[in-house]
Design a protein around this ligand. Structure first.
Ligand code: CP
Length: 350
């Protein structure tokens, strides 16, 4: 059974096919209208969302897939995660039964489950997402976990292909992922997936972040490997202006440092002292006619100046639009996979 938890687990052919499908859905929104009529998608949102929730519900609907969304603890039972302990707390339902039941109703599940912010090992390894998927008997789509946001990554990859020309090689394009200021220590799912997306596309990728805001070494190692395989490059710097020099893309994202796990006060002091990492018109002037990207939601005047977002060189709304097209490509891939398996097993066994 294929899950989409992290694109690192997915073969190159499937990743490329999903980009092409997402591009095609962007050109012709109704091209697969009702293709998966009779299928059901169940989504569990442990955290808030605008884009992911709306675009997944619409993506499903346009493919003929019925969707249901639950938010544990708010109109749905709170879910317990502990193993081997009597459930004497507030939570009425264990994750094993909750996901098991949803798997009986639905042909594919989606889950949004952010980082705890307190258990670094569990967050980096996406331990809760892994347990959720282990309880499912149907494919699971990661709708943003502690450590990855594959739906965002596919949408962003598709927007890059579309912007720079669908047939054009992205090799030689300088892609800067820049840390950005924020009042909260946000998780690392988006920067991790963004770095892995851009290196997989063979771009010349620069990670610009102040000391204290490094990404996990496992992600950096994977980014290096992918850059080598794809014929691009990867480097890190704490000099944002040097990174922006000659860039074709500035992708801004805020995240909290790993200091949040053992010394949150120092992490907050450091983070709040770096407000000059905000992306401004001056930053963009250093680029080679560069495009601004952000996954949204974005804090205007904190992460980026209004003039950049409202100018002609920002792709943030395209990125949001392509969430719809990308997730249709993902649903279509996973449901076609399931239909093939069902067809094969019906042929073998009955
Ligand atoms: N970018 C993104 O995932 O947006 P939401 O958090 O609103 O879903």
């Amino acid at each position: 059974m294929t899950h989409l938890l992290d694109w690192l687990d997915v073969e190159e052919d499937d990743w490329k096919a999903c980009i092409l499908e997402a591009l095609a859905f962007g050109e012709e929104r109704d091209r697969a209208w009702g293709r998966h009529d009779g299928s059901a998608l169940g989504m569990v949102f442990f955290n808030d969302s605008l884009r992911t929730r709306v675009s997944m519900e619409l993506a499903a609907s346009e493919l003929g897939v019925r969707s249901v969304t639950v938010t544990p603890g708010s109109g749905t039972w709170g879910f317990a995660w502990d193993e081997g302990r009597p459930m004497n707390g507030d939570e009425a339902e264990h994750i094993r039964e909750a996901v098991g039941v949803m798997s009986r109703y639905c042909h594919v599940l989606g889950v949004r489950l952010f980082a705890s912010g307190t258990d670094r090992t569990a967050d980096v390894s996406d331990a809760l997402l892994t347990r959720f998927a282990a309880s499912s008997t149907v494919p699971v789509i990661n709708l943003e976990s502690a450590s990855r946001h594959p739906c965002q990554a596919l949408a962003d990859a598709t927007v890059l292909h579309r912007h720079f020309g669908e047939g054009e090689d992205l090799a030689g394009k300088k892609f800067v992922l820049s840390w950005a200021p924020h009042p909260k220590p946000l998780p690392m799912a988006v920067p991790n997936s963004t770095l892995l997306m851009a290196t997989r596309l063979g771009m010349d990728v620069v990670l610009a972040r102040p000391d204290g805001f490094e990404l996990d070494e496992s992600v950096i190692d994977a980014a290096r490997r992918q850059a080598t395989t794809a014929g691009g490059s990867f480097s890190e710097t704490d000099d944002q202006n040097a990174a922006a020099d000659g860039a074709h893309v500035i992708y801004a994202k805020a995240w909290g440092g790993f200091g949040r796990y053992d010394d949150p006060e120092s992490e907050a002091d450091l983070r709040l002292s770096k407000s000059d990492w905000r992306i401004t018109s001056e930053t963009m002037q250093l680029t080679d006619g560069g495009q601004f990207m952000h996954c949204l939601p974005v804090r205007r005047g904190v992460v980026v100046d209004d003039a950049v977002l409202d100018g002609e060189s920002s792709l943030h709304l395209d990125q949001a639009e392509f969430r719809l097209h990308a997730q249709k490509a993902i649903l279509d891939w996973l449901l076609r996979d399931r239909n093939l398996r069902d067809g094969e097993s019906a042929g073998d066994g009955r």
